[in-house]
Ligand binder design. Structure first.
Ligand code: PEP
Ligand code: MN
Length: 336
């Protein structure tokens, strides 16, 4: 249920309504707009009728049911765009944000070299996996905690904030202690224990759409994180599995405007895992800017032919610079 406050409601009236909501067993999520504050009351759907009584409280204009099953993620509960801060970088605001780096952290040298490329090109956030969810148990599984230490050291040397994947609830605290943002990968989009655990983390979460999840299922997964207490969720479209085999996945570009209409959360695109081939990464990134995404997360490697993971889709440094030049031109055109 949404409780809409009158435009002149006082801070005390808002606080009293928040307390009343909690006293009847619901969680209150106030959100202040330009005109008025609305308070989302989220909890057990079965006895939500009690929330109607909020209409008799001072400062309350009306109550409205939230029709969508994803309550906190929906635009109904939060009209304006949410900006999620990763270190000093805001995602979801006016800036188009580029997160880039290798698929997997392989060594300090490799990550540092990648980070210099990212920085020189104008990328704002460094990516790199320490825990890798691999299709084959015989493939490189990541450097784990050693990799996290490398990520942290490189971040300190370059000043770039970081994003890295966590695949197991027991590792969330560890990953959070080293990285600026936690990635939930496509394969874990419906790992509800993991979603709840990152919902208790203090760092933002980059939630990737699964290769077989609908947009509504992705938003329900975001809802798990939001309802556990973490308001900082960024959604990522990274390609879905279709009958088409000429790309690794099919980038669902329409997911961006659809998500933008349904949710206030930032939306980014991962062109690398969608394409599976570096040749298509630049055109798909251009499409990401044009379609109104808030940023991209892209794989870059100093020597893709030697990469232990996803080399075929990783950009060489000079291709990354070209991509960044294109993005600057397009982002400026979009702002105008
Ligand atoms: C990755 O970012 O390297 C990754 C494994 O991505 P996805 O979960 O989208 O496959
Ligand atoms: Mn990868």
């Amino acid at each position: 249920m949404i409780i809409v406050m009158k435009s002149h409601a006082t801070a005390k009236q808002i606080e009293d309504v928040v307390q009343w909501i909690e006293s009847v067993g619901y969680k209150a999520h106030p959100s202040s707009g330009v005109e008025r504050t609305i308070i989302g009351a989220v909890g057990d759907n079965r006895d939500k009728a009690v929330l109607k009584y909020a209409e008799s409280l001072p400062g309350v204009e009306k109550t409205m049911p939230i029709l969508k099953p994803y309550k906190l993620a929906s635009r109904e509960s939060h009209e304006g765009d949410t900006v999620v801060n990763v270190g000093s970088i805001g995602i979801g605001g006016p800036e188009f944000v580029v997160m880039a780096g290798p698929c997997a952290i392989e060594s300090e040298e490799q990550l540092l070299e990648s980070a210099y490329v990212v920085k020189k090109g104008g990328g704002q956030i460094l990516r790199g996996g320490a825990f890798k969810p691999r299709t084959s148990p015989y493939s490189f599984q990541g450097m784990e905690e050693e990799g996290l230490k490398v990520l942290d050291a490189v971040s300190r040397k370059t000043g770039l904030p970081t994003v890295t994947e966590v695949v197991n609830p027991v590792d969330v605290d560890l990953v959070e202690s080293y990285a600026d943002m936690l990635q939930i990968g496509a394969r874990n989009v419906q790992n509800f224990a993991l979603l709840k655990k990152v919902g208790h983390a203090r760092k933002p979460v980059l939630l990737k759409r699964g290769m077989m999840t609908t947009i509504e299922e992705l938003l329900m997964s975001a809802e798990y994180i939001l309802s556990s207490g973490n308001p900082n969720v960024i959604l990522c479209e990274r390609g879905i599995r279709t009958f088409e085999t000429s790309t690794r996945n099919t980038l669902d570009i329409s997911a961006v405007p659809v998500l933008k209409s349904l949710t206030h959360l930032p939306v980014v695109i991962d062109p690398s895992h969608a394409a599976g081939n570096w040749k298509y990464v630049i055109p798909l990134s251009r499409a990401a800017v044009a379609v109104g995404a808030d940023g991209i997360i892209v794989e870059v490697h100093p020597e893709p032919e030697k990469a232990v993971s996803d080399g075929a889709q990783s950009l060489k440094p000079e291709k990354f610079y070209q991509l960044m030049d294109d993005i600057r031109v397009l982002a400026k055109a979009m702002r105008n």
